[in-house]
Design a protein around this ligand. Structure first.
Ligand SMILES: [Zn+2]
Length: 469
């Protein structure tokens, strides 16, 4: 969109948000919801009704004015953020955030909560999640990960990721990753792959059209391999939802965290494993004989799993990633509580980056301005990335416990059994169960960090020779 369109688009968005909101809170909706005779509904209709009521009740709590103001403020803040980031200029973005923070606080107050205003916002992305429980999860992660990262950081054993840089023909990259996501079970009759700057997955009205996007860098192999596989993980989830749920509140994934667990499972638990590459690496090397001819499987495996604290979240390795999320979680809670004024955010950001990752951001573009979330009004969203990481390991551990042959299949580039387990236990249900119930049904337990920490300790301990980890 040209710059001249920004303010008109902001007004259009504000009007549309208000209209959608007014329709949802109308008397007609109330009458329809009241007219349902519950005892006659089956379990699926009951779930549908529960979700429809939740959406209605949430909307009823938000005044039209607030919905419209928030929509306008975020529509203006996003292009301002883009420019501010391009110039690394915090002062031009700060006034927008000054407007958004009180609107987030007001949203939380209107929605209501038992313990903490953050819970009300979190619930929009991760139904049932609580700040108090998240704090425990982060404490458990921090206690193990911070010392582990320090230990690895002291071992300067050269630049492990070097094999990922070189000359890689883009059309060959595309051919290779298309094959990989086909092998995972991504259905091309119900999807497609296109190129963008910031990869994403989008479902256009149910499991019949779920598209993915990715990017290819002719000098760097990582985005093609891991962004594509990540987005395919999201898409495979959407493609697996019961088609009968389409165009109802039951369609789509049940939460952002569960969604992210699916993308992370394919990206990390599968796509960064030695088992996976023992099959695919010979094929990758055949695809790029010049760039990878001198690199063996082990060196490649070390390259894709290099731990290296850096300032950018989206480029972070598996070990440091959650500390990027932790610092955002702490900062947005402090903003919401009014403990941290917007003006002090860059300094608070820098202090935590140094404490957790021993990294000093080069400038604000690579620091506090790197993510769009706050400009988009998505307070409460960041923790879902960590929920996804933690859950991906819990699900994979359970799937391979029940079906040890999943690993044997992976050795041969086959994923049918893993996909079937995910389809049966996660995908098909769409939004029918809230995350906690879905996770308990699939693994017998609520979300827990133990499987994830076991996975990281075993993998990185072996990769970095960290003794009896
Ligand atoms: Zn994702």
């Amino acid at each position: 969109m040209p710059e001249g369109g920004i303010s008109a688009r902001a007004e259009q968005s504000a009007t549309l948000s208000r209209l959608v909101h007014e329709m949802l809170v109308s008397e007609e909706t109330a009458k329809l919801l009241d007219s349902v005779d519950e005892p006659e509904t089956g379990p699926e209709d009951f779930a549908l009704l529960r979700l429809a009521r939740r959406e209605y009740e949430r909307a009823m709590k938000l005044p039209n004015r607030l919905v419209e103001e928030l929509s306008r403020a975020t529509a203006l803040a996003q292009p301002a953020w883009e420019q501010a980031r391009a110039r690394s200029e915090w002062t031009s973005f700060a006034p927008h955030l000054e407007k958004i923070v009180p609107l987030q606080r007001e949203t939380a107050e209107c929605l209501g909560y038992e313990d903490h205003p953050y819970d009300a916002l979190l619930d929009l992305y991760e139904p049932g999640a609580k700040k108090a429980r998240l704090q425990e999860v982060f404490e458990e992660l921090k206690a193990e990960l911070v010392p582990l990262i320090r230990e690895i950081s002291t071992m300067s054993d050269g630049d492990r990721s070097r094999p990922l840089y070189g000359r890689f023909d883009e059309s060959k990259q595309e051919e290779f990753v298309r094959q990989v996501v086909s092998d995972f079970g991504y259905d091309w009759k119900r999807g497609r792959l296109d190129r963008v700057v910031h990869p994403f997955c989008i479902s256009l009205g149910g499991p019949g059209d779920v598209r993915i996007t990715t990017r290819f860098d002719p000098g760097w192999l990582s985005p093609a391999l891991f962004a594509t596989v990540h987005e395919a993980g999201h898409a495979i989830y959407e493609q697996g939802i019961d088609p009968a749920y389409s165009r109802t509140p039951l369609s789509g994934g049940t939460s952002m965290g569960v969604h992210e667990s699916q993308s992370r499972l394919w990206e990390n638990l599968v796509g960064r494993s030695r088992t996976f590459w023992s099959f695919y690496y010979p094929r990758l090397r055949e695809t790029f004989p010049e760039a990878l001819g001198d690199t063996n499987l082990e060196t490649f495996y070390r390259a894709i799993n290099e731990v290296k604290p850096s300032e950018i979240r989206v480029e972070a390795d598996e070990l440091t990633y959650n500390l990027h999320v932790l610092l955002r979680f702490e900062l947005e809670v402090a903003l919401l509580e009014g403990e941290l004024p917007v003006s002090e955010l860059p300094a608070a950001w820098k202090a935590r980056m140094e404490e957790y990752l021993n990294v000093t951001p080069e400038d604000e573009a690579n620091g506090v301005l790197q993510d769009v979330h706050w400009a988009a009004g998505l307070f409460g969203y960041f923790p879902t990335y960590t929920i996804g990481n933690v859950l991906s390991a819990q699900l994979f551990e359970e799937a391979t416990r029940v079906h040890p042959d999943i690993l044997e299949e992976m050795d041969n580039g086959e994923f049918g059994r893993l996909l079937r387990w995910l389809r049966e236990n996660i995908h098909r249900y769409g939004s029918r169960y809230d995350p906690d119930e879905l996770i308990k049904r699939a693994t017998g337990r609520s979300l827990e960090t133990a499987p994830y920490l076991r996975y990281l300790r075993d993998k990185l301990g072996e990769l970095y020779g960290l003794g009896a980890a």
